[in-house]
Ligand binder design. Structure first.
Ligand SMILES: Cc1ncc(COP(=O)(O)O)c(C=O)c1O
Length: 374
């Protein structure tokens, strides 16, 4: 398979471990292993201490699948298949479901693999545009018009990367009903799920809603454990999961044994783990609201509704990529230009989940105050 570079990863490869202030990361601040171990229940601690470092079950550690299934009303451990991150799940699922002759509709702007892997399978891809002027809202009627007789898959991602958009429950239900009525699979990339700012905004998971609803989850975002590389697909379509498992024999075969047990610990302590993530987001969002209110001449801010990223816009004539370059050189603060998403205009991605956001924002503020606006 020939596939173009993943622009976001190539961008991070240059800066991620060089810039001290990552103000554009999408994951929540990573847990220290010793802090996570301190939360472990007796059973998972015993698993950790007695762990054998051999191959693991290719469907995923049974206790881990049980803990993951617990996130989805109506699902059982057999409805969960684990992967090395959400990224592998996207790659495998699309290779199983798509190919020449099939058609996919994918929300855009978006995480590149959601449309790039689809295209690389030979499928035709329609990008369903979300627009800033509509508050990045999903338009189900417009999406309905984009469907074709050979549409096999609809891909959405809410809470949305990069805008933080989240439809209301009625809109999400209309989307699920549309996919169900047409017999189309719905890949619902829910990797930022559980990071809603208001508990009432939590949407039902696609996998709980209908058989062709596929929920994509991961430990990287809401749980702050990106380094584990543990993700999953949840679905009541047993035959599809079976095909994905067989495909996985050619990618990673199984998860890393230590990662599975650490993920299990975090899921069993999910109240504490999620409370830490949400507290970080609440603190950081309040700071960002203040910052953007003070700098409304310089930036246009559409407040995210959920998740750990936002997609503001730099006003004025300076290209945002140039602004970002000057900022990282002068202050060591990294932002992500919208061009990494192939998105026109002067947008940039902000990450809301890092511990050092207050210090990064102070530096950004100093930079904005000191640098002449072209
Ligand atoms: C929307 C979306 N889906 C999937 C992924 C992949 O997650 P992971 O890198 O943990 O595999 C990401 C990561 O940023 C993402 O933002």
């Amino acid at each position: 398979m020939h596939i173009p570079d993943f622009k976001l990863e190539r961008y991070f490869a240059r800066w991620e471990f060089a810039a001290p202030y990552l103000l554009c990361s999408s994951d929540i601040e990573g847990w220290r292993q010793k802090d996570l171990l301190a939360l472990a229940d007796a059973d998972s601690l015993a698993r950790w201490e007695g762990l054998t470092l051999g191959y693991t079950e290719s469907t995923g550690l049974p206790a881990l699948r049980e803990a993951i299934a617990g996130l989805y009303p109506g699902l059982s451990p057999g409805d969960v298949l684990t992967f090395a991150g959400a990224q592998e799940a996207v790659f495998v699922l699309m290779n199983v479901l798509l190919g020449p002759g099939s058609h996919v509709v994918v929300t855009w702007p978006g995480y590149q693999s959601l449309h790039e892997v689809a295209r690389a399978t030979g499928a035709e891809v329609t990008l369903h545009a979300l627009r800033e002027e509509d508050g990045w809202a999903l338009d189900v009627e417009a999406l309905r018009r984009e469907l074709r007789p050979n549409t096999r898959l609809i891909v959405v991602n809410f809470p949305h990367n990069p805008t933080g958009a989240l439809p209301d429950a009625a809109t999400f239900e209309a989307l699920c009903a549309l996919a169900e009525e047409r017999g189309i699979y719905l890949l619902s990339d829910e990797v930022y799920r559980l990071l809603e700012y208001e508990p009432r905004d939590l949407l039902p998971a696609a996998a709980s809603r209908f058989t062709r609803g596929l929920s994509l989850g991961v430990m990287s975002k809401a749980f702050g454990l990106a380094g584990l590389r543990v993700g999953w697909l949840a679905s009541k379509d047993a035959a599809l999961l079976q095909r994905c498992m067989a495909y996985k024999d050619y990618t990673t075969i199984c998860n890393g044994a230590p990662s599975e047990v650490l993920a299990l610990m975090a899921l069993r302590a999910k109240e504490q783990v999620l409370a830490r993530s949400r507290a970080l987001l609440t603190r950081n969002l309040a700071l960002l609201d203040g910052f953007f209110a003070r700098h409304s001449q310089t930036f246009h801010w559409v407040r995210p509704r959920a998740g750990s990223v936002a997609f503001p816009r730099l006003l004025g004539r300076e290209p945002v990529a140039r602004f970002i370059e000057r900022l990282v050189e002068r202050e060591g603060v990294l932002l992500l230009p919208g061009e990494v998403y192939d998105f026109p205009g002067n947008h940039f991605r902000l990450g809301l989940g890092r511990d050092n956001l207050p210090a990064a924002l102070e530096r950004l503020e100093r930079f904005v105050q000191q640098s002449p606006r072209p």
